[in-house]
Design a protein around this ligand. Structure first.
Ligand code: UDX
Length: 460
């Protein structure tokens, strides 16, 4: 925590919405000495936050909440009245869920702006961190104009990933602001320079080590609409990289190549880069699927057909089924009916309790629907996944319980607990014939000499 006198010079900040982005933003700023109000309307969430911990699992968040509450720099509240009028900067981090047709539901975005417009002090900066379709900022500015609120609007897309949210916020690659008001944009860029300055100290409180190699971050100001488009384009491009790897993986399976070797060498070209080329059961989560479908719909509104995105969505959705078909073929059992399987991992990725649009859940449900006996286990996401799972999926309390007496063990999420498990012990305990590495995280040699046959994705 920076010293108190420093804190007094800092503007007061309100964060609207306590999801992943809102909580992370609030706790990092509060630990950099800003006085922060974080608004959460849901009583269940607010009550948990007030006790000094988060309602979701994310490394480093709880110690930062506890420290900021202890030092009085963070107040969780449901009151706009108690926070917005006192604040010079307001970050809008409300949820932007999607409708069935893929378009973004911006109800919370406009509600937050309307509510803030009534209370905001003249000259305050309203920062949009929620992911919104290009053109939304212009409409939000209209909300303020209609309410005669003198607000300076800055788009500031968020690039943090779940499971590394605090890391990404402290040790960032780039900050993007989008505003025609240069001074307001600069004020927000300056706020992040303070975060950069205090990153290592705040990291210590969070129990996180700074990265060993940290290039200087980029501070980029663009036009408002460009900033909105940057966010979804970055996510769509990362999703494309994964999907490209998955498409080559299908060919690798047929042609006796190993996708991990292929992508390692492809990614060694600096122009391409090795990140997000890990083939497997496809991408999920609260961002990629939603941002991609939102991009497709927004483009349609502008009369642009995103053919490449359509192909990506289809290919990504095919991956869990592709893996199940490989297993059916290996066991010579077209429907896998009456087989017993363990699904290890339900979260959409390791390090989070989030199971939204998780390919692991799709696999568990698809198998259960076709009559396979499914036992699933996840160290953090079981509770969140429960309501999305087919009634026939049994939830185990431990890895050992999940794998006992099964025909197939699927590792669907790459939790360290699974990656480091003892394969010999697993083979004995499960009696399984097949081990399915849905994220290509295991060394195949480990399975030699065991009764388990290894199946990866693009690694025949
Ligand atoms: C993503 C972006 O990374 C982040 O910058 C943005 O702000 C929000 O969306 P997130 O959804 O939290 O973050 O997770 P990410 O690590 O990007 O993973 C997304 C999905 O892709 C996961 O299901 C993951 O398992 C999968 N993935 C990722 C792959 O299948 N292969 C890869 O090589 C990388």
């Amino acid at each position: 925590m920076v010293s108190a006198p420093f804190a007094l010079e800092r503007p007061t900040v309100t964060v609207l919405g306590c999801g992943y982005v809102g909580v992370t933003t609030a706790v990092v700023l509060a630990n950099c000495g800003y006085n922060v109000y974080a608004i959460e309307p849901m009583p269940v969430r607010l009550d948990i936050l007030k006790t000094g911990k988060s309602f979701f699992y994310e490394a480093g968040v709880d110690p930062l909440i506890a420290n900021a509450l202890k030092h009085g720099t963070l107040v969780f509240t449901n009151s706009y009245e108690a926070s917005v009028p006192n604040s010079s900067i307001i970050f809008s981090c409300v949820g932007t869920p999607d409708y069935e047709d893929g378009s973004s539901d911006l109800t919370y975005v406009f509600e937050a702006a309307q509510h803030a417009a009534k209370l905001v002090k003249p000259g305050a900066i309203f920062v949009q961190k929620s992911t919104v379709p290009v053109g939304t900022g212009a409409q939000v500015e209209q909300v303020f104009a209609k309410a005669n609120a003198e607000v300076r609007y800055v788009s500031n897309p968020e690039f943090l990933a779940e499971s590394s949210a605090i890391r990404d916020t402290l040790w960032f690659d780039r900050i993007v602001t989008g505003s025609e008001d240069r001074k307001a944009a600069q004020a927000i860029l300056d706020l992040y320079k303070i975060v950069e300055e205090h990153a290592d100290d705040v990291g210590k409180i969070a129990g996180l080590q700074p990265p060993t190699h940290l290039p200087k971050p980029h501070y980029i100001n663009t036009a408002r609409n460009s900033a909105e488009l940057i966010k979804v384009s970055a996510n769509a491009f990362l999703a494309l990289k994964i999907t490209f790897a998955n498409s080559i993986a299908k060919l690798a399976d047929k042609s006796d190549a190993d996708i991990t070797e292929v992508m390692q060498a492809v990614g060694a070209d600096r122009r391409i880069g090795s990140a997000f080329l890990n083939a497997g059961r496809g991408y999920g989560g609260g961002c990629f699927p939603k941002d991609v479908s939102g991009l497709i719909r927004t483009a349609e509104d502008f009369g642009v057909n995103m053919e490449i995105m359509h192909a990506m969505v289809e290919l990504n959705a095919s991956m869990p089924h592709y893996i199940i078909e490989k297993v059916a073929l290996a066991l010579n059992s077209p429907t896998l009916q009456d087989k017993k399987v363990a699904i290890l991992g339900l979260a959409f990725k390791a390090g989070t309790s989030d199971s939204r649009r998780s390919p692991a859940v799709v696999m568990a449900n698809t198998l259960a629907e076709q009559g396979t006996v499914v036992t699933a286990y996840d160290p953090q996401a079981a509770l969140e996944a429960k309501h999305e799972l087919h009634d026939a999926v049994h939830l185990a309390h431990s890895l050992d319980e999940a794998v006992q007496s099964t025909d197939v063990v699927f590792v669907a999420t790459d939790w360290p607990e699974f990656i480091h498990m003892d394969i010999i012990k697993l083979a004995k305990l499960s009696g399984a014939k097949l081990f399915v590495d849905c994220m290509n995280r295991f060394d195949r040699d480990k399975f030699a000499g065991t009764t388990l046959k290894y199946i990866g994705v693009g690694r025949n």
